[in-house]
Ligand binder design. Structure first.
Ligand SMILES: Cc1ncc(C[n+]2csc(CCOP(=O)(O)OP(=O)(O)O)c2C)c(N)n1
Ligand code: SF4
Ligand SMILES: [Mg+2]
Length: 298
């Protein structure tokens, strides 16, 4: 258990990413060999290596096992309602554009109940880094089918196997306008960290999907062993193809997983487009900079 008196160095001796965590909240709730913690570790490492000012970094999660991440990170953190992490983060970014705003949540939260927010926020190129842990299932609530569950995989609500076509999330993000799109598995520690670092430096809607084991539900319901067995599966079946056409990166049940950086391009963010547009139309009557910004001088 940490105390408020501990220095960053003392915390780092406990664990390399302890300075980035609320150690008073440990132990965390995640099951043994769950993949979420690995993604948190890579994100913390990316923050450290990017030299991000932690007073200017905030994190927003929705509900679910992955949704717990915000509560464990020692940043300005918001644990919002189910599916609403992206709109919450949008409000935060619009009010405080100088912040690095990261959304960190699960596949069900961001692409199920939050799916409509996801597509429109990508379309607007809102300046957010979105990290989505895809374990192919609603973990926290008992393993229900998710919009990402591969065809034929079992879930608690599809005990005879899923027959609904799942989303391929990189393709969804890319076709809606995301300017940075990557996918890794929780085995790709260095590449994932590098991707997070790169995405931190970029502007616009940046989307990184991380395929990770839900050992307790997805793996158990599908008789896939533990999270370690799934990591071995990723080792043998992940194929890195930078620049792959996102139409070709669907994931089948226990099939190959195409990883890599698929999209990395620039286009005006929502705020840039708004400022440019109103400056053109309103000239001096428009005050572009928040917190006063967005107003029209009468
Ligand atoms: C409005 C509302 N509906 C349903 C729920 C129940 N619920 C909580 S988490 C969750 C699914 C989360 O799945 P995912 O985002 O994939 O997270 P995981 O647990 O797999 O990391 C659901 C359906 C809720 N909390 N609020
Ligand atoms: S239920 Fe699944 S996703 Fe949730 S903590 Fe356990 S292993 Fe991880
Ligand atoms: Mg999930």
């Amino acid at each position: 258990m940490s105390t408020v008196m501990e220095t960053t160095e003392q915390l780092a001796e406990q664990h390399p990413i302890a300075p980035y965590l609320r150690m008073d909240r440990m132990p965390h709730i995640w099951c043994p060999t769950c993949g979420i913690g690995t993604v948190v570790r890579c994100y913390a490492k990316a923050l450290e290596e990017s030299g991000v000012d932690l007073d200017k970094a905030s994190i927003v999660s929705g509900i679910g096992c992955t949704g717990r991440v915000a509560g464990y990170m020692k940043l300005d953190a918001f644990h919002t309602t189910h599916g609403r992490a992206i709109p919450f983060a949008t409000g935060l970014k619009l009010a405080r554009p100088e912040l690095l705003v990261t959304v960190f949540s699960g596949d069900g939260d961001l692409s199920g109940i939050g799916g409509n927010h996801f597509i429109h926020t990508a379309r607007r190129n809102m300046d957010l880094l979105v990290i989505l842990v895809n374990n192919f299932i609603y973990g926290m609530t008992g393993g229900q089918n998710a919009p990402t569950t591969p065809l034929t995989a079992r879930s608690s609500t599809m005990p005879f196997g899923n027959f609904e076509r799942p989303f391929s999330l990189p393709h969804l993000a890319a076709s809606c306008g995301a300017t940075y799109v990557a996918r890794w598995t929780s085995l790709h520690i260095r590449r994932m960290t590098k991707s997070f670092k790169e995405a931190i430096q970029r502007k616009g809607f940046r989307f990184v999907e991380v395929i990770a084991p839900c050992s307790t539900l997805y793996a158990r319901l599908n008789k896939l062993g533990t999270g370690f067995d799934l990591m071995r599966f990723y080792h043998d079946n992940a194929e890195i193809r930078h620049g792959a056409d996102t139409r070709d990166v669907d994931i089948g049940f226990q099939d190959k997983i195409v990883c890599g950086k698929f999209i990395d391009e620039e286009r005006p963010t929502f705020l840039e487009a708004m400022h440019e547009h109103y400056t053109k139309i309103l000239g001096d009557r428009y005050v572009p900079m928040p917190p006063e910004g967005g107003w029209i001088h009468e």
